[in-house]
Structures are given as structure tokens and as C-alpha cells.
Design a protein around this ligand. Structure first.
Ligand SMILES: Cc1cc2nc3c(=O)[nH]c(=O)nc-3n(C[C@H](O)[C@H](O)[C@H](O)COP(=O)(O)OP(=O)(O)OC[C@H]3O[C@@H](n4cnc5c(N)ncnc54)[C@H](O)[C@@H]3O)c2cc1C
Ligand code: SF4
Length: 331
């Protein structure tokens, strides 16, 4: 690990000011950042510790939703009574990630900003456009079992690894960001992440020195069916090969609300509006679910090792929709 300066911020203003210099990074739980520093994938000159900031609470917001502080631990969020009752998809997604020890340390902000698990990104001897722009992408012709089947580019086919972000997207979350000049801005999670295109090193909308202070969830969709189905190589302690987050509602035998979000298949939590619209106001049926899955995967392409994700995603989506249909009208 390269040597670095360590600063402990006690106010948000101090944190953004300390981190606005070049080569500065925030550290929260450190469960991803420290691994990357040990491997010298990241070599910040200054680490700004944000753990003393007042960002540890979950509060009701003015719109009947919740404001989740950026430092709320994943385990605390998963266990929160309001989250379990009204946003069950989020609780289930969090509990499907990592291990209890990691979830105790991992934070809301850090989870959103964790980096891809592409093997070549962590191996500084390999070419990787995300780590070293212009050097090439070893995964294209290499081991790409974990990699993307939609939304990728010829410059990078890595997936975003966060389960939490997939669930937050289906719940229509917004990210609250404090800028170094003290202004706040709010970005819908759906617009927060960037696709790789020609610049895979740019992963999200954050500017230097900007701090995620919270995530806002809108008021819950009452009487909804919520599910997070994660398919992975082991029953626990593994990243998603494919995951589906669903929030649906059936009224009088037809879908009256459809929210779907996908993990493990794209460089960001994936959403397809056409698929949601195709299901909305329709009566559940196997034929409709097939049609929706085919629409989702119309432009999907594998890269060898990960070809299996295309039929796997189709089967997983259809299974989740069948469960939603079986749950039926929820009174
Ligand atoms: C073995 C292992 C298995 C795992 N399995 C899963 C899994 O199955 N599913 C899953 O979703 N995750 C999994 N994880 C990832 C884990 O959830 C993340 O490492 C964790 O959520 C990151 O949070 P952190 O607080 O530790 O972030 P840190 O490591 O402290 O930071 C991560 C990044 O976020 C930045 N950052 C942190 N907070 C802020 C903020 N408020 N504003 C701006 N920037 C910020 C940091 O500068 C850094 O770039 C696993 C991790 C490990 C090590
Ligand atoms: S897929 Fe992306 S992260 Fe992986 S080697 Fe290629 S450029 Fe790097």
C-alpha cells in the first residue's frame, strides 16, 4: 500500500473542503476502498474519514418517504422496522449481499460507490480501460463469467456489483449530494450511474469533492408485492450473476403498478421502461411474461463465459413475475 495522509472530518463542510483537492478520497466503512488501496488499484494521497459526520440516521421525509443517511450501516438499514415493513425489497437485497461482518461496516454511500468485481480491474498487471484508460479490456477475450450482457461497450463490459442499488432503483430512490460550495443537489438513482461507452473510468455523476449525504426513498407503494431474487454461484457470500428486484401491484386481475430492476447484467442497475409498460394494465399470463423477457433481452449479447446469463435472466424474470401473479390482488 502506498503511504497517504489521513484526515478525520467532523462536519460535512470540512469533509467536502478536504476532499476537493486532487488525489483525495472519502473513506466510510473501507470494505472496498482499503482492498483497492492494498492492491494499488487506487492510490489516494489524502484519505478523508467521514465516519464522525452526522449521517447515521433514518428519518421520515416531508413526502411520506424516508431519508437514509449516507453512513447508515447496511445491517442497520436491513433491520430497520420501516424498511422491513414498507420497502421489503431493499431489506432482502441488503441481506443477500456480502456477510454479516461486512454489512456491519458497509455504509449506504459506500455501497452505492463500490467498484466493479471484474477480476482484471483488481489486477494491475492486466489491461483495463476502467483502471487505466486507453490500455484495453482484458475481459473481452478473457474470463468474463461475471460480466455484462446489456449496456456494455467495446471499451468495458464490467457489471455494477451492488444489490442495494438495484433495490433502491426499483423504489425510485434519489441521491442527495453536498457540493464543496455547500449547495445540495438531488439526482434520481436511475440517472446517477453512467454507461461505459468510450469512458468507462467515469462511473457516476459525482464531481470532485462531492459527498453523498443521504438517499431518499419516496412514499411506499402500499399493498405491493416486493421481491429480490438473486441468482449466484453459492447460496451466500457471492455477488449476483443475475438479480431481479420487483415491486408490483395487481388490482382486479391486472398489473396496476410494475417496477422492475436488474442486477448482475449491466454496468449499472438496469431498468427497461418498455418492459414495465408492456406489463402495466395487463392480466398476468405466461405468454405475457415470455414477451416481457424477450423485450428485456432483445439487444443482449454474451462474450463467451457469460452467454448463460441471457437464458438465466429470462428464467429469473419469468419466475419473479409468476410469484407476483400468484400473490395476486393484495388487499
Ligand atoms: C468479500 C466481499 C463480498 C461482498 N459481497 C457483496 C454482495 O454480495 N453484494 C453487494 O452489494 N456488495 C458486496 N460487497 C461489497 C460491500 O457491500 C461494499 O464493499 C460496501 O458496501 C462498501 O461500503 P463502505 O462503506 O465500506 O465503502 P468504502 O470502501 O469506504 O468506500 C467505497 C467508495 O465509496 C466512496 N464513498 C464512501 N462513502 C461516500 C460518500 N458518502 N460520499 C462519497 N463517496 C463515498 C469511497 O471514497 C470509495 O470510493 C462485498 C464486499 C466484500 C469485501
Ligand atoms: S471489463 Fe471493464 S473493468 Fe473489466 S477489464 Fe474490461 S475495462 Fe477493465
Amino acid at each position: 500500500m502506498r503511504s497517504f495522509d489521513y484526515e478525520r472530518a467532523t462536519t460535512v463542510e470540512q469533509a467536502t473542503s478536504l476532499a476537493s483537492g486532487q488525489h483525495s478520497m472519502f473513506i466510510a466503512g473501507g470494505t472496498n476502498l482499503l482492498d483497492l488501496m492494498k492492491l494499488e488499484v487506487l492510490t489516494p494521497h489524502v484519505l478523508v474519514d467521514i465516519n464522525r459526520l452526522d449521517l447515521h440516521t433514518i428519518e421520515r421525509n416531508d413526502e411520506g418517504g424516508l431519508r437514509i443517511g449516507a453512513l447508515v450501516a447496511n445491517s442497520v438499514l436491513a433491520a430497520d422496522a420501516q424498511i422491513r415493513q414498507h420497502y421489503a425489497v431493499l431489506s432482502r437485497a441488503l441481506l443477500s449481499g456480502a456477510s454479516p461482518q461486512l454489512r456491519n461496516k458497509a455504509t449506504t454511500g459506500g455501497n452505492l460507490l463500490q467498484r466493479t468485481r471484474c477480476y482484471y480491474f483488481y489486477d494491475t498487471a492486466s489491461s483495463c480501460n476502467k483502471r487505466n484508460p486507453g490500455s484495453g479490456c482484458s475481459a473481452l477475450q478473457g474470463r468474463n463469467r461475471l460480466h455484462a450482457i446489456v449496456g456494455a461497450s467495446e471499451h468495458c463490459i464490467a457489471t455494477h456489483p451492488s444489490d442495494m442499488a438495484v433495490a433502491m432503483q426499483v423504489l425510485r430512490a434519489t441521491v442527495e449530494i453536498e457540493q464543496p460550495d455547500g449547495d445540495l443537489r438531488h439526482v434520481p438513482l436511475q440517472d446517477f450511474y453512467c454507461l461505459p461507452e468510450t469512458t468507462p473510468q467515469c462511473e457516476n455523476q459525482l464531481e470532485p469533492g462531492e459527498l453523498i449525504t443521504a438517499v431518499h426513498l419516496p412514499a411506499p407503494v402500499e399493498k405491493s408485492y416486493q421481491a429480490y431474487r438473486k441468482v449466484r454461484d453459492r447460496a451466500s457470500y457471492a455477488f449476483a450473476l443475475v438479480s431481479v428486484a420487483a415491486v408490483t401491484q395487481i388490482r382486479n386481475g391486472r398489473f396496476s403498478h410494475v417496477g422492475l430492476s436488474f442486477g448482475g447484467i449491466a454496468p449499472k442497475p438496469w431498468r427497461n421502461l418498455e418492459v414495465e409498460e408492456m406489463l402495466l394494465d395487463e392480466a398476468p399470463s405466461e405468454a405475457l411474461f415470455e414477451q416481457a423477457a424477450d423485450c428485456l433481452l432483445r439487444d443482449a449479447s454474451g462474450h463467451g463465459d457469460n452467454d448463460f446469463k441471457i437464458p438465466l435472466t429470462k428464467r429469473t424474470l419469468i419466475a419473479v413475475l409468476n410469484d407476483a401473479a400468484r400473490a395476486g390482488d393484495i388487499e
